[in-house]
Design a protein around this ligand. Structure first.
Ligand SMILES: NC(=O)c1ccc[n+]([C@@H]2O[C@H](COP(=O)([O-])OP(=O)(O)OC[C@H]3O[C@@H](n4cnc5c(N)ncnc54)[C@H](OP(=O)(O)O)[C@@H]3O)[C@@H](O)[C@H]2O)c1
Length: 191
């Protein structure tokens, strides 16, 4: 068993939508700050975190923001050679989640691993035994979406309070949301 534990991070609206037309259906600056903070923060300052994303999520990031800074960017695609040719050299392009886990397992300097979407990669992570926690921003509004977050199995994952994660309602403009953390019920942390 690999020692890599996976954390999912996502923002969902009330119909569990995560995206529309290849982009985010909302614009929430503080939520983006939360995403940046969660995916970059490390206990050991000599280390760095990894983010794993699907090729379409990679494509959805504006050129000036990618690769996502201060993180090892791993892009999953079934067209590794093509995507590799187009991506900057420091982006790791791999054919699947297990390959990404094997890669991270061999990297001493990676502290935490974040699965950052989209729906295909969330689904693969949700079905993976190494999935440890799900950090969900639950937006209290419905947006028209064409991409959705997979079902969370409440037999396996339970809502928990986590130090450092604000429990109270967040508001940006006319949008309210909550930061929620779901943790695998019977689990040893792998690292
Ligand atoms: N709300 C949020 O938190 C959030 C987060 C991320 C993304 N999004 C949104 O979600 C949408 C994009 O998500 P999506 O579901 O359409 O696409 P995606 O999961 O980002 O990417 C799908 C592509 O990734 C590759 N892929 C996925 N799973 C793979 C696997 N297990 N092994 C190998 N390759 C794999 C395939 O690439 P190839 O076709 O190249 O083979 C597939 O076509 C956008 O609208 C984006 O803005 C929202």
């Amino acid at each position: 068993m690999s020692k890599v534990s996976l954390n999912i991070i996502a923002a969902t609206c009330q119909n569990m939508g995560i995206g529309a037309n290849g982009t985010l259906p909302w614009r929430l600056k503080k939520e983006m700050v939360h995403f940046y903070s969660m995916t970059t923060k490390v206990k050991d300052s000599t280390k760095i975190n990894a983010v794993i994303m699907g090729r379409k999520t990679w494509d959805s990031i504006p050129g000036k923001y990618r690769p996502l800074n201060n993180r090892v960017n791993i892009v999953l695609t079934r067209q590794v050679d093509t995507v590799k040719k187009e991506a900057p050299n420091d982006v790791v392009v791999l054919p699947g989640l297990d390959e990404a886990i094997s890669y991270i397992n061999g990297q001493e300097d990676i502290e935490s691993t974040w699965v950052i979407g989209g729906s295909f990669v969330y689904k693969a992570a949700m079905e993976h035994p190494n999935l440890y926690k799900i950090y969900l921003t639950e937006i209290q509004k419905t947006f028209k979406c064409d991409t959705f977050f997979p079902n969370i199995d409440k037999q396996l994952f339970q809502l928990v309070d986590e130090e450092g994660i604000q429990k109270d309602r967040q508001t940006e403009g006319d949008i309210d949301y909550y930061f929620r953390v779901y943790k695998r019920k019977v689990s040893e942390e792998f690292c």
